[in-house]
Write a protein that binds this ligand. Sequence first.
Ligand SMILES: Cc1cc2nc3c(=O)[nH]c(=O)nc-3n(C[C@H](O)[C@H](O)[C@H](O)COP(=O)(O)OP(=O)(O)OC[C@H]3O[C@@H](n4cnc5c(N)ncnc54)[C@H](O)[C@@H]3O)c2cc1C
Length: 585
Amino acid sequence: MSADAPTEYQVAIIGSGPIGLTLANLLGQFGVRALIVEQNVTTVQEPRAVSIDDESLRTMQAAGVVDDVLKLIVPGYGSHYYSPTGLCFAKVEPTGRPYGYPRRNAFRQPVLEQQLKHALARFSHVNALYGWRLDSYEQTDRVTLHLTGPMRENRTIGCDFLVGCDGAASTVREQLRIQLEGTTFDERWLILDLENNENATKHTEVFCDKRRPCITLPGPGRTRRFEFKLLPGEKDEDLLNNATVERLLRAHGADTRSAVRRKVVYRFHARVAPRWSSGCVFLAGDAAHLTPPFAGQGMNSGVRDAHNLAWKLAAVLRRRAGPGLLDTYESERKDHIWQMIRLALRMGKVMSPRTWLSGFITQTAFLALTIWPPARDYVAQMKYKPPPRFHAGFLVPDAKSVRKTLVGRLIPQPTVTTQDGRGVLLDEALGQGFVLLARTAHPLRDFGKLTQPIWDRLGAARVAVLPAGAQTRAVQGVVLVHEIDRALADALIAYQNCALLLRPDHYVAATIPFADPDGAAKAVEALLARTWTEKPGLRTRVNKSPPSPHGEEPRSGVSNHEACAKTPPFMTEPAAWPGAELGST
Ligand SMILES: Cc1cc2nc3c(=O)[nH]c(=O)nc-3n(C[C@H](O)[C@H](O)[C@H](O)COP(=O)(O)OP(=O)(O)OC[C@H]3O[C@@H](n4cnc5c(N)ncnc54)[C@H](O)[C@@H]3O)c2cc1C
């Protein structure tokens, strides 16, 4: 970054791992002036995460990078679980694409990080500092960062919000004196990454053998990972020696011509920070939580954090909502994290039975389940994975039961057809802001009822999904798309004659019955008003007061307040930023 580059930002992100980079790209899309700071001179080179899920790919779509990401993944693989006798007792092979992408996909974390880093070059308002370390920071009503560069030079940066995406040993978290809570496993696993491996199967294979639990996972470009559990009493070096590595690989069907690119022993953790923010400082990804890798959810959970936080920071900086909106970040995300950790621990128990008897009982139970199609489907289609949803946060609960309500759930993403006949994923029609979405054959009549001012204050777009066969003329101000399959019809079955208010992350915030749109509008207004209730502590300089109904300037200065006042939609074109450049040191 050049010497005359800005020293003031709306958001500073520490750490250019997958979570910091995803957040930077999302903030870039929202037009937020952001800086990402990374102590290393480049992104990580070592293989780490190998499984990216459908929700993360949807977030990559929102970040505008999914086309590149899809080119370098192996989409849609499953898992086969084997008993010590070699019997396959469970198969996970999900076929659905509820969120627009295959549910499990093999990828390489270093490749994804490179792609995300390069994608930042699109944004003149997002800067990156590689080779710079955050030493300390202090917050008053803003945050001041103290950085050290590669030549031991110092730099001071100011920002409205700081997000620590700086991994398990987070400096940002440490300075908040927040310690992760939970367990550190006694379990250690040897990780072997192979190159030039002719994979015998495209699926993950899990050898649930108490004598030596092992997982082997496919990767793109003829790579494959093998993970072996260390047994009690074994030292790291016992397994890291070449003869042992070769023996283990042979015993588990690895291609003997392949090369070991990396071998390392990891100890896994199940830990969560008790608080994810303090004042204007937030934690995301591994800085906030550590998940054992058995469900392949560590990074994927962090990507969910980034998406949840990005639109909220943008909304607060744009004065669409008050700073209280940011309190919903932790309340929405933390429960889901614990659900994922519990899932990973349960899967760990299946992979790594403690006794012969417990292994036998578990494996027999899985085999018995395959006889009953709904149970088989439950396993094969990964229905055990906690769905993306929350019960409290920025939402207006409706009268439906917890099981039936759509409020707090991620809306499915089917392919739809545009008016000019193109097939697109639904989010392409929804865009990046709030949306009023309805499945209706009468968009003119139904959207004509949604005239309450709150929708414009949120900058909500209107999108109508036309049922198969429905014809209509263009309706001003409403995006029309045609459904191809029943995915949305089925999801909205209990919501006929309703619109849904979708948040920018495509979770349902509220339902709006066409019979009483005023009542629903009042409830959303009250929800929004609550975000302006001042909290003790910080977050005061930004958005101290709600905007007047006439949309006047904030009283005190977010750095882009002039641009905000002139650009009513939630999404604004980022202002060009002279002097900004990407990725230099
Ligand atoms: C063996 C293994 C297998 C895994 N498999 C999976 C999987 O299949 N699927 C999955 O979803 N997850 C998986 N994970 C987890 C996943 O790799 C992590 O959850 C993910 O890397 C976390 O990303 P992050 O951006 O939060 O942190 P990190 O990737 O740790 O990045 C943090 C960055 O912050 C930088 N930093 C730290 N301190 C400072 C500072 N003071 N100043 C400047 N920069 C700083 C670091 O240099 C680093 O680049 C696996 C992990 C391991 C170890």
